[in-house]
Design a protein around this ligand. Structure first.
Ligand code: PLP
Length: 402
């Protein structure tokens, strides 16, 4: 028996387990320390009451023989796909067929699994810094080459820096698969319509597929910023979009997301990617639970929309406190406006991990070192708006004491 040797290439320590280890060691040495965690990107507010009601009702349906539901459709129930289509796309002038929507248990799974339908020979372009899942799953899929000086030899790295507003330049070499994530994790940046038009034109010209992660779409507040890549003409021929209920409606633990693959999107030999993904999901995935999909559907009711919006507004309030608080202290800060993430330049030339240690040891605040998201993240640091109001305020007050 031989293993898939690509798994051995992946760096053993996942960013968040490194952080957890450092925090655990600090707590062991300082058992009474009151550590505030603004590191990991998990939400803290409970599910909306409309979601809870819908899920309770669905549980009761499962208890009766006449309404019991067995295996769900592998691609999602029609009721949820219709609600997604009407609210997230038709309402923004984007026309999709329901069978271009694939409901799943997470954008992480979909971003990772999508590689199944692409050849290992494809060249991959990734932003730097980046959500690590795109990189690690392409290493597993055999598209990375070797690690040389902290970079994978077959990846095309697209640096996202303060100079380019965290929207990268187009790659010089040919890329078959281009990962873009806007609003961005970790930088908190959003992309303008003109910039996204440029990317769609580039992908169409070069026969590339854009893998567009819009998991934070619900955080967009700037008028005119596109919520979906399909708002851009031609995108249906060159883009797959990933969406999630996790950060939109607090489903990180409940698990529900969806991916759009338009019928117009074809490989160079004319094969429809939609059909391949349908086949992939039907073979390897048995669908999202009925109870969860009823909960997700409830986020689109009038009541559900209002409640979900209140929670997002709450997190935006935290983002404002972090962004304005740090700016007032003289930090160079980014993001926070169309995103729950604030990205800051570490002070006085400290490395990302040095700043992490300083915050933990001196003021007991935990954030995420930018270097953990890629080489160009060095010298930056991410704070998230997903904490409680009190902890967010206290964290900024503590940082002021540094
Ligand atoms: N995409 C990005 C950019 C994320 O930051 C995250 C979670 O942090 C995900 C996807 C994962 O979403 P899900 O909970 O739907 O798997």
């Amino acid at each position: 028996m031989q293993i898939n040797g690509n798994f051995l290439k992946i760096q053993k320590n996942y960013l968040f387990s490194d952080i957890a280890k450092k925090v655990a060691a600090y707590k062991a040495a300082n058992p009474d320390a009151d550590v505030i965690r603004l590191g990991i990107g998990d939400v803290t507010r409970p599910l909306a009451p409309a979601v809870i009601d819908a899920m309770h009702k669905a549980v009761d349906e499962m208890a009766r023989e006449e309404t019991f539901m067995g295996y769900p459709p592998e691609w999602g129930y029609d009721f949820l796909k219709r609600a997604i289509n009407e609210n997230d796309f038709a309402a923004r002038g984007v026309k999709l067929a329901d069978d271009e929507i694939f409901v799943s248990d997470g954008a992480k799974s979909d971003c990772g699994n999508i590689g199944d339908i692409f050849s290992a020979d494809n060249t991959v372009a990734v932003c730097d810094p980046i959500y690590p899942v795109y990189v690690d799953t392409n290493i597993m899929g055999g598209r990375s080459g070797d690690l040389i000086d902290g970079r994978w030899s077959r990846f095309i790295y697209m640096p996202c820096t303060a100079d380019n507003g965290f929207v990268p330049e187009k790659p010089k070499a040919h890329a078959d698969l281009i990962y873009l994530c806007y609003p961005n994790n970790p930088t908190g940046a959003s992309i303008t319509r003109e910039q996204l038009e440029g990317w769609v034109a580039f992908a169409l010209e070069n026969g590339s597929v854009i893998l567009y992660d819009a998991a934070y779409e619900a955080y967009i507040t700037t008028p005119g910023v596109p919520h979906s890549i399909y708002e851009i003409e031609g995108a249906k021929k060159c883009a797959i979009e990933f969406r999630s209920f996790s950060k939109t409606a607090g489903f990180t633990g409940t698990r529900c997301a969806y991916t759009i693959i338009p019928h117009d999107l074809k490989a160079s030999d004319g094969t429809e990617l939609n059909a391949l993904w349908a086949r992939r999901q039907a073979t390897k995935f048995n669908g999202v639970s009925y109870i969860t999909q009823r909960g997700a559907e409830a986020t689109f009711s009038e009541e559900g929309k209002r409640q979900v919006r209140e929670t997002i507004d709450f997190y935006h309030g935290n983002a404002d406190i972090i962004y304005n608080g740090l700016k007032g202290l003289g930090y160079e800060v980014y993001g926070g406006v169309d995103s729950p993430y604030v990205w800051l330049k570490t002070p006085e030339g400290l490395s990302s991990w040095e700043f992490f240690d300083l915050l933990l040891n001196e003021v007991q605040v935990v954030g995420t070192p930018g270097a953990g998201f890629g080489p160009a993240g060095e010298g930056y640091f991410r704070l998230t708006a997903f904490g409680s109001r009190e902890n967010t305020r206290r964290a900024v007050e503590r940082i002021a004491k540094l």
